[in-house]
Design a protein around this ligand. Structure first.
Ligand code: SF4
Length: 406
């Protein structure tokens, strides 16, 4: 017989993430509104006595959880997921425990070792629910939306063509998915410009007037005058594009020029740059140098296979045949020492440095005094930015420490 008003505990394990657990929040809405259950959310492993649970509408559990949903994310962050399952199983031995999310979907056998039941892929019944932002509204102010899923391309280093395949789940309006108290909208579409709805979505965003972040990046090859003009009318802090291979240089330069023609400063363009795939250290150095001379910000991203059990379960374990450990360390050091927050911004000094040197080793060690100047600037800006952040949880710098910007 269907038991009414179940207690549903949503668990986000204690891994680093910059975004709240969207899947769990959708499941929360489904249970609250469709099943009329009580819903609570915890982060990490809370003690049984006095656990820090956020409840929807402040309606607390009457007893122990009936169902516990544990989410997962990066494949290399499986340990906190296993720890959470063990922890809550110990605490609530009579509850049903389900584990979903990216890691559990890609490595179900590994996730099953915990004894939890694996829910692979999307939880269909909840997919079209509006996330239950009420559970996190004291710390989070952005509506996360997929206006489409999938991609028109098949890049060989990317898991999207395998996991999502072509464009699907296309929405022509997203207004109803924007939480009324939020000040920004974050899109997680894999390739929004490749989807047939992009114009309707951009027009609607202009009308809504909130800040927008196309977080997964925009396809530089699809940025033409019409796209650039529409983007220039949106409130965006950054425009994210990718420059993963040398042969994309022409499209990237063209996108930067087009956006610039419509008044968007290249300094607002952040460019993801993959390395440690089929490239070489020289190749990524050259790409960054070119990008900086075009005035945009470089964000190097180390390639890691997503679907290979030999490498995917351990972060940064993959080393491409064209790279070695020392070379990978040098780029990481360069990002830390002469970069800013992991990026290489087009500061004049840094552009000069890239023009004068030919590899990351020289970049770090030459001109020590300039280096210290760059380091000082970086430290000052970082400390100013974080000074007023009010973390709710005294843990790592993740979404729960993100300041609300109202
Ligand atoms: S364009 Fe982007 S999302 Fe699409 S396959 Fe290539 S890397 Fe993946």
């Amino acid at each position: 017989m269907h038991k009414l008003n179940k207690n549903i505990l949503l668990v986000e394990p204690d891994y680093y993430t910059r975004f709240p657990p969207l899947g769990l929040l959708k499941i929360g809405r489904y249970h609250m509104e469709i099943e009329k259950d009580r819903v609570g959310l915890v982060r990490g492993n809370e003690p049984k006595d006095n656990p820090d649970i956020s409840y929807a509408d402040d309606i607390e559990f009457n007893g122990e959880p009936d169902i516990i949903y544990v989410t997962s994310l990066f494949t290399w962050a499986s340990k906190p997921v296993h720890d959470s399952i063990v922890h809550y199983k110990d605490l609530y031995p009579n509850s049903k425990i389900l584990v979903g999310g990216l890691y559990a979907t890609l490595f179900p056998k590994d996730a099953e070792k915990t004894g939890a039941k694996v829910l692979p892929g999307l939880f269909r019944k909840a997919e079209n629910q509006k996330p239950l932002y009420e559970l996190i509204d004291d710390v989070w102010d952005g509506s996360i939306i997929f206006s489409s899923r999938g991609c028109i391309r098949k890049c060989d280093f990317c898991a999207v063509p395998i996991l999502e395949k072509g464009i699907h789940n296309v929405k022509y309006s997203i207004k109803s998915l924007v939480h009324k108290e939020h000040s920004r909208i974050i899109f997680w579409d894999n390739n929004i410009l490749g989807a047939p709805n992009w114009k309707s979505i951009f027009d609607e965003l202009q009308e809504i007037g909130l800040k927008v972040d196309f977080n997964q990046g925009l396809d530089a090859r699809l940025i033409n005058d019409e796209v650039a003009e529409k983007l220039s009318k949106l409130k965006m802090q950054f425009i994210r594009i990718a420059y993963d291979r040398q042969n994309m240089g022409k499209s990237v330069k063209n996108a930067i020029d087009k956006l610039s023609n419509y008044g968007i400063s290249p300094r607002k363009i952040v460019c993801y740059m993959m390395y440690n795939f089929e490239d070489t250290p020289k190749d990524i150095f050259e790409r960054i140098r070119k990008l900086l001379t075009w005035g945009a910000v470089a964000y190097p991203m180390r390639y890691q296979p997503v679907l290979d059990p030999d490498f995917s379960l351990k972060k940064n374990s993959y080393i491409s045949p064209n790279w070695n450990k020392e070379q990978l360390q040098k780029i990481a050091e360069a990002r830390r020492i002469v970069g800013f927050a992991g990026t290489f911004p087009p500061y004049n000094k840094l552009v000069e440095r890239f023009n004068e040197t030919s590899n990351f080793e020289e970049l770090i060690f030459e001109k020590k005094s300039d280096e210290n100047k760059l380091l000082d600037t970086t430290k000052k800006s970082t400390s100013n930015r974080l000074k007023n952040a009010k973390p709710r949880y005294n843990k790592k710098f993740d979404w729960r420490k993100t300041r609300k910007k109202r």
